[in-house]
Design a protein around this ligand. Structure first.
Ligand SMILES: NC(=O)c1ccc[n+]([C@@H]2O[C@H](COP(=O)([O-])OP(=O)(O)OC[C@H]3O[C@@H](n4cnc5c(N)ncnc54)[C@H](OP(=O)(O)O)[C@@H]3O)[C@@H](O)[C@H]2O)c1
Length: 387
């Protein structure tokens, strides 16, 4: 386990592991250490804040409708308004495939807009889309992707579609059906990258966060069981590359050591307050690339799903440095990750934000600027898994 995770464990006051129930205890400890999980998204999606009385009057209904129409129009006109980038760069993966440095995130996308958000991103030049079963947006995301393939904007092979195996599907027999179900929901034949979403394995069943009396229930399987079944997805042509997400160094090392296939990517929370330098170096040495989420500080994520720390995008140093370089704070934070050799997943729901994100491709940072951003590290996660 890397020191960062050890620190998190100490901070959470986790007891020494008893020899009995080691497996379950280890999973609980990993749950606490690997707090960067977005499983709560689905709960939020299924039970979003209730509309107030005022929000359901005919006047506000029609204002809401108008606002949706305006957003859809902006997304449909994205390319006309902004153009499109052609300078996408790529991260080379150990298995010979290459992954675009920028990916569009699809967690918490408004289902009424998701199709248009994805289509607009492809129009503007995004070539990678990050999805997951738990995000609950696969159908709409798939519609956006397929619309852009059908209208000739891109070919399937020019896109890099990433998805993740949820924690209730780690039992080996469930891995392939889960992958096939996600592919079917998206209307695709293969994923370019399929990752184990979290190192924790939850009890199998329909509930994505199975609990008894508010206590999370763990599976008797673990992530290595899932990994061995993931390897079979590659030979069946369902998946091009396999990876992991929210894995610490100890967990990455275990998969690298035991797996027939090695993970090509570990997707983790990464920004100046949680710079992941040690994990990045550890992974680099094993030819595993980092893919980063929460890069801008996850401002769109509801407060109840994350820690109360300020978002990196609002940091005074980030603001001043970006102004000095003549770029936006978002571009600075994205470029920071690209300079570190990382892939970056950004959720951007408007054409203006998507365009701003893509223009980070043309920016550059000097080593001293990267070092100044590294110095903001405090091993502080925005995502704290509360189960
Ligand atoms: N593997 C995992 O466990 C895991 C966990 C969390 C997230 N993820 C992935 O990572 C993606 C992104 O994560 P995230 O949403 O937490 O964090 P994020 O990308 O750091 O933040 C998204 C927020 O930044 C805003 N934004 C986007 N572009 C901007 C720009 N150019 N200028 C200013 N603000 C901008 C977005 O606003 P608008 O939406 O209004 O554009 C949204 O509020 C998710 O969608 C998901 O695909 C994976």
């Amino acid at each position: 386990m890397d020191d960062v995770s050890l620190d998190a464990g100490r901070a959470l006051n986790i007891d020494p592991i008893p020899s009995q129930g080691l497996h379950e205890h280890r999973q609980q400890r990993e749950l606490a250490d690997e707090s960067a999980s977005d499983s709560l998204y689905r709960f939020w999606l299924f039970s979003p804040p209730k509309p107030t009385e005022a929000a359901t009057t005919p006047e506000t209904d029609s204002a809401l409708e108008q606002s949706y129409n305006d957003k859809i129009r902006e997304l449909l006109n994205a390319k006309l308004t902004h153009g499109s980038v052609t300078n996408m760069s790529y991260v080379q993966l150990r298995d010979g495939h290459k992954m675009p440095v920028l990916a569009l995130g699809t967690a918490l996308l408004d289902p009424r807009l998701a199709k248009h958000i994805v289509a607009s991103a492809i129009d503007l030049g995004f070539r990678a889309i990050d999805t997951a079963f738990i995000y609950g947006t696969e159908k709409e995301v798939g519609e956006g992707i397929r619309a852009k393939i059908q209208d000739g904007t891109v070919k399937r092979e020019e896109l890099f579609i990433m998805s993740k195996l949820w924690s209730t599907f780690h039992k080996p027999e469930l891995v392939e059906p889960a992958c096939r179900a996600s592919l079917a929901a998206l209307g695709l034949e293969y994923f370019d990258l399929f990752m184990i979403h979290n190192p924790m394995s939850f009890k199998e069943g329909n509930d994505p966060l199975p609990k008894i009396a508010n206590v999370l229930q763990f599976s008797s399987y673990e992530y290595l069981d899932a990994w061995f079944a993931m390897e079979g997805l590659v030979s069946k042509g369902l998946v091009r590359s396999v990876g992991v997400s929210n894995f610490n160094s100890e967990q990455v090392a275990r998969v690298v050591e035991k797996g027939r296939l090695k993970p090509v990517v570990d997707q983790v929370e990464c920004h100046p307050y949680m710079s992941q330098q040690r994990l990045s170096e550890f992974c680099d040495a094993r030819d595993v690339r980092l893919s980063c989420f929460g890069t801008l500080g996850s401002k769109g994520t509801p407060a109840e799903l994350k820690a109360s720390q300020a978002a990196a995008i609002d940091d005074p140093l980030v603001q001043v440095m970006a102004a000095g370089l003549g770029i936006t704070p978002a571009q600075l934070l994205i470029r920071y990750q690209i300079e570190c050799g990382h892939n970056v997943v950004v959720k951007a729901s408007s054409a203006a934000h998507q365009w701003d994100v893509l223009r980070a491709l043309g920016a550059s940072l000097a080593p001293a600027q990267v070092a100044a951003l590294h110095a903001l590290n405090g091993n502080k996660r925005a995502f704290t898994f509360k189960g």
